[in-house]
Ligand binder design. Structure first.
Ligand SMILES: [Zn+2]
Length: 306
């Protein structure tokens, strides 16, 4: 029978979500900062290169492109790795110099931190750095100067806000989706993804939540954002999260160790499923799209006001 196909689900627009990797090594994570001093870093087993290679291959399998928010400290030591990331079609953006949280810096220190990181990456890769992710999503109500400094230094987007209440980070009052943090500048902030359940926001943008909770939770959350809110999800993880062979840090609080080491051996397969199930792209592309949409919304509002 040659019936006309009325399957409307096919017409559903596929939303491209933002895929990102925060490029830092196992000894640079916030959870271990009281146990491992920064001046020890250079003496520790460097595993970021092998882990990033594994991630690049995994992305290739699904034809997914992504943004690698990279520490300046790593960029200075891994120039050929950075060039390979770029050559394989991905974006390099800034994750700050040495993972100092933004709310622990003053504006001048922050300005130096992001300038040094940007120049190190640009000297290595050539492309202009236009994106920034604060270490541990540490831009919040305490740092009103951070967005101003980013805009002044020419950044076009930031993905530095976790609009949720959490014990280590979070800015619960921030918008859930893309917004212009400065009314006079087109720079856009893309908060990491949250889902909504019974009026509460749940962190659902990756990292430990993706690794520890069942895959079905992330699938539900991303679908909710794509279908109900019709917005792109912003997802992140770290190279050390796919590395069960990393050295174990003793002496850190039990809660930090549990969070850090749970399900490392299952992460690569979970990621494979995720990158194949949804459509993924670089954060600069998503940022450009969202900035254009916000601009159109503002223009529409001001024409109504006229
Ligand atoms: Zn980080």
């Amino acid at each position: 029978m040659n019936a006309i196909n009325l399957d409307t689900t096919r017409a559903e627009t596929v939303i491209t979500n933002g895929l990102s990797v925060d490029v830092e090594d196992w000894f640079q994570v916030g959870a271990f900062e009281d146990v491992i001093e920064r001046d020890q870093w250079a003496t520790l087993d460097d595993r970021v290169e092998r882990n990033v290679h594994e991630i690049l291959d995994l992305f290739d399998e699904a034809d997914a492109s992504a943004t690698f928010f990279t520490l300046g400290w790593v960029a200075e030591r891994q120039k050929s790795l950075l060039r390979e990331i770029v050559a394989r079609g991905h974006e390099i953006a800034s994750h700050g110099w040495d993972h100092e949280r933004v709310f622990r810096m003053d504006r001048k220190t922050f300005a130096r931190d992001i300038e040094r990181t940007r120049k190190t990456i640009e000297d290595c890769c050539g492309d202009r750095v236009i994106g920034y992710r604060a270490p541990s999503f540490s831009i919040d109500h305490r740092t009103p100067w951070a967005f101003m400094e980013l805009a002044e230094q020419g950044y076009l987007y930031s993905s530095s806000v976790a609009p949720v209440a959490h014990d280590h980070y979070g800015w619960a009052e921030a918008p859930r989706f893309a917004f212009n943090p400065l009314p006079w500048d087109p720079m856009v902030e893309l908060p990491v993804t949250t889902a909504e359940f019974r009026g509460k926001r749940l962190a659902a943008g990756g990292g430990g939540f993706f690794r520890v909770l069942p895959y079905a939770f992330s699938r539900w959350a991303i679908r909710q954002v794509n279908r109900e809110a019709e917005k792109p999800a912003i997802f992140y993880f770290h190279p050390w999260e796919i590395d069960p062979g990393q050295p174990r840090v003793s002496g850190a609080p039990i809660k930090s160790r549990l969070r850090h080491y749970t399900n490392l051996h299952r992460m690569a397969d979970k990621l494979r499923q995720l990158v194949k199930e949804f459509s993924w792209g670089r954060i600069d592309v998503i940022a450009h799209r969202e900035a254009t949409r916000l601009q159109a919304e503002r223009a529409a509002k001001s024409s109504v006001a006229l």
